[in-house]
Structure formats: C-alpha cells, structure tokens
Design a protein around this ligand. Structure first.
Ligand SMILES: [Zn+2]
Ligand SMILES: [Zn+2]
Length: 451
C-alpha cells in the first residue's frame, strides 16, 4: 500500500516545514519513504538543493532523515535507516515533514514523495544497546569534545568509528550531537567504558541558527521560526528546565546558502537565556575569531556565559588535513556525564588545541576563584599557568574585552597580574600563536558580578 505526494518548490519555500500525513492500518510491519526530485544539482550552482525529512508516528517523533538517498528510508520493528528509530509500526497517523533548507534555481524543483507500508513478515528483535559505564576517577581535569556527527544525520562514519577516532586522540568524554535526532544516543552510550564517558546530545538545527543541547537523551521539538508557535528562548528554556545544557553553536559561521541555518539569526536571543556559546567550532578560522569577539561583547553587556568548543566533526579527516580544532578541558567533581556537565555549567573549563592553560585568582580578602567563579569587588591577584605551548606563542590577559597585557609565552610558564578594585568585571586569558590564531582560551573569572 502506498500514498504518493507530488509538489514543487521555489526559493519562496526555503525554510519551510511541509507536512504530509498518512493513516497506517493495524498489523503493519514496514514503513518506507522514498523521495525523488529534480534538479538535484544544476551546473553553475555552487550548492545542491538541501531537503531533509522529519518522521513522526502516532506516539511522537521517529527521527530525521538528513540525507535522502535513492534507497529510501526504511523502518521496521528490528531495523531503521540511521537517524530514525526501529520499533513497532504503530497504527494511526504518521506524518512526514519535508524540510526545505536550500532551494536553488532553476526553479521549480519538482518532487515525488512516496510513503509505503506493508505487513510482510520481518524480524522483530531490535538491537538492544546496554549502557556502558566509566568508573568514576573522582575530581579532576577531563578533556573532551562537545560536538560531532555521524550517519545518524549528515556525518559519514558510524558511531563506533566516531568514538574510536575520538579515543585515539586521547579524549576522556565525547558528546554525540546529530542534527535534530537522538537515534544514535543509545548506541553511543553503550560505548562508555573505563576511561571514556559518552555524553548524550543533539544539535537543535533551526533555520535561523544551531544550538547544542548537551546531556539530552530525549528529543526536543526544534521547529522554531516556522509556522509553529515556538520561539528559540522557549526551546532553550525547555532544555534548561529538563536539567540539560544549552549552547549557541558557531554563531558567526557563514549562513545560507553556504551553510543553511548555521549563522545565528535568532534576534530574540542575543544571547537571551542561553547559558553558553561555542566560540571555537571546527578548525580555527575567522568566524571563530568573530565568535570570540561576539562572546566578549555579550560578557560586556552583562551576560554571564560559558564558552565552549566543538570539532563539529562529520568524518575522519584526511591524513594531510591542515587545521587546528580544540577540546574542552573541564574540571569535574566526578568522571561522569553529570559531573562533566556540571563542571561545564559552572564554566570550570578552558578550550585548547593542545596546551594546558590554568587560570586562578585571589581577592584581597582571601577569596579564591578558578575559571567560571566570581570574586568580590576587590583588588585581585590573577595567575595564569601554562604548559606545552610553543616558543613564539603570545599570552594575552583580557579584561572587560580589552587586551590588558601581552607577553611572549614560551613553552611553559606562569604569569601574575594585580587588578585594582573596580578595574575589572571579568577577565580571561588567551594563548595565541605568533600569527594571532588561537591555541587556548580560558573561561572568565568574574569580579563583583553575581548574576
Ligand atoms: Zn551546526
Ligand atoms: Zn554540527
């Protein structure tokens, strides 16, 4: 049995969510979706059309199909195309949402969407992923990545390959953050073991900006800025109220049509109730520098924000790849998902592509602070310590967004500065290469700012 929907799209249909519903009868065992469209990519156009699908069954979301392929999307009780979840074909109304990210001339783009179902006998045992467990090593500094993709959205590798790559780079924890789906999280979590914490996540990929929901194991409706009555601050609040962490991702990345939805354009959230922003996404690049400066301007506007990084990796990089991605080095009270997320929420972390960079401060009355902490509005003595830097690196003390002090760093060392009472609201330390590119940056210490 099947239903065919036909339609066409023009550039006026960009950033739309178009629903197609079918009624699935009792006793079905297979659900199949195929999508044919033309032109896919026209000569002379730099980018192909970009169309994806969200699939909802009568009980809720079933997943997302980020990259429609000729084979189509298949769901049975025992198996499902990555991005969606296997399980019973529940009778009732199933809705397929066509998501139009990028429609390029020549237009119109014509398409045929075919939804099929059957009661052919199939295997019924879905894979069961048993959660793995890392032994808690107690309080300490742990290094990890907070942003990565697999075949469950637009990545090219599966979850075991993704995790093996991360572990081969010495990471203690990794978040899986596929676009608008949680279908890979149980497998990801099953790979946790001694020395490795698998953190849940998803990248809430709206048409007007992306955000990471970290620590999530549940789906959040991301469809803001469309016909739906949902705003980005409301979505962020749902994530935060569930005890998860919310990070504005790559706010200054190029946007449409180069990278659809990648540039942060939620003007009702600049940064609004966001507690964190990803200032180093992928390899260090000009848009990351702009992200750092945006972050500083938000701190100066009185927002107390945590800075994070993420490789946003989608596949194994070529062996000769040139570029510098960063990890988050987090002080966690416990080596666990909760412990690492709690350390992040406190801003007890720095971002680094290699060097160790610690920042501490003490106030005149003896109050002590690490990154993320607040000191009373007194004269403070600030100390930065670094290791594994490079001979010609430059250390910069940033106070209220301005370079207050700059010195050659050498490979390892320590620097101390005194900031008179009233001269600083917040401070960070940056370690940069001689050409100005970043090696490491701390989260801020706040002075006299309690909000
Ligand atoms: Zn993104
Ligand atoms: Zn991403």
């Amino acid at each position: 049995m099947k239903t065919v929907f036909e339609g066409s799209l023009t550039q006026a249909d960009n950033r739309r969510v178009i629903p197609y519903s079918v009624e699935i009868p009792e006793g079905m065992t297979q659900f199949h979706l195929s999508f044919d469209y033309s032109p896919i990519h026209t000569e002379g156009q730099p980018y192909p059309q970009q169309i994806s699908f969200a699939i909802h069954d009568p009980s809720g979301v079933r997943g997302e199909w980020s990259r429609p392929t000729a084979e189509g999307l298949h769901i049975t009780p025992a198996s499902a195309t990555p991005g969606t979840l296997p399980g019973p074909i529940i009778p009732g109304r199933w809705t397929v949402f066509l998501l139009s990210h990028r429609i390029q001339p020549p237009i119109p783009v014509t398409y045929r969407l075919t939804v099929e179902w059957s009661d052919d006998p199939v295997a019924t045992a879905a894979p069961e992923w048993m959660p793995g467990q890392a032994t808690d090593r107690g309080p300490g500094w742990y290094r990890g990545d907070l942003h990565g993709h697999t075949i469950h959205s637009d990545g090219s590798w599966d979850i075991p390959e993704f995790v093996a790559y991360m572990r081969s780079h010495g990471l203690d924890f990794v978040t899986l953050s596929d676009h608008n789906t949680i279908s890979g999280l149980t497998q990801h979590r099953s790979l946790a073991e001694n020395g490795f914490v698998a953190i849940g996540g998803t990248e809430l990929s709206t048409f007007l900006g992306h955000a990471l929901a970290l620590g999530v194991h549940e789906w959040f409706d991301w469809r803001v800025g469309t016909e739906r009555e949902l705003t980005m601050p409301e979505l962020a609040q749902r994530v935060l109220d569930a005890g998860r962490f919310f990070v504005i991702a790559h706010p200054m990345a190029p946007g449409d049509p180069e990278c659809c939805g990648c540039h942060w354009e939620h003007l009702d959230m600049m940064p609004g109730n966001a507690p964190a922003v990803e200032i180093w996404n992928g390899w260090w690049a000009e848009y990351n520098e702009q992200g750092v400066q945006l972050y500083y301007s938000w701190l100066n506007a009185g927002h107390r924000l945590v800075a994070t990084s993420g490789t946003d990796i989608h596949e194994r990089p070529p062996a000769d790849a040139q570029g510098r991605a960063a990890s988050n080095v987090v002080y966690a009270e416990s080596f666990s998902e909760d412990g690492i997320l709690e350390g992040l929420k406190c801003g007890h972390s720095y971002i680094s592509a290699g060097p160790e960079l610690l920042l501490n401060a003490v106030s005149d009355s003896g109050a002590m602070a690490m990154m993320g902490d607040t000191l009373p509005a007194e004269t403070v003595t600030v100390t930065a310590r670094w290791q594994n830097a490079h001979e010609d690196d430059v250390l910069r003390l940033i106070v209220n967004g301005i370079v207050q002090h700059m010195q050659t760093a050498t490979v390892s060392g320590e620097a101390t500065w005194t900031l008179p009472a009233g001269s600083a609201g917040w401070l960070t330390v940056e370690l940069r290469a001689a050409d100005g590119s970043m090696w490491a940056i701390t989260n801020p210490i706040f002075i006299g700012i309690t909000e």
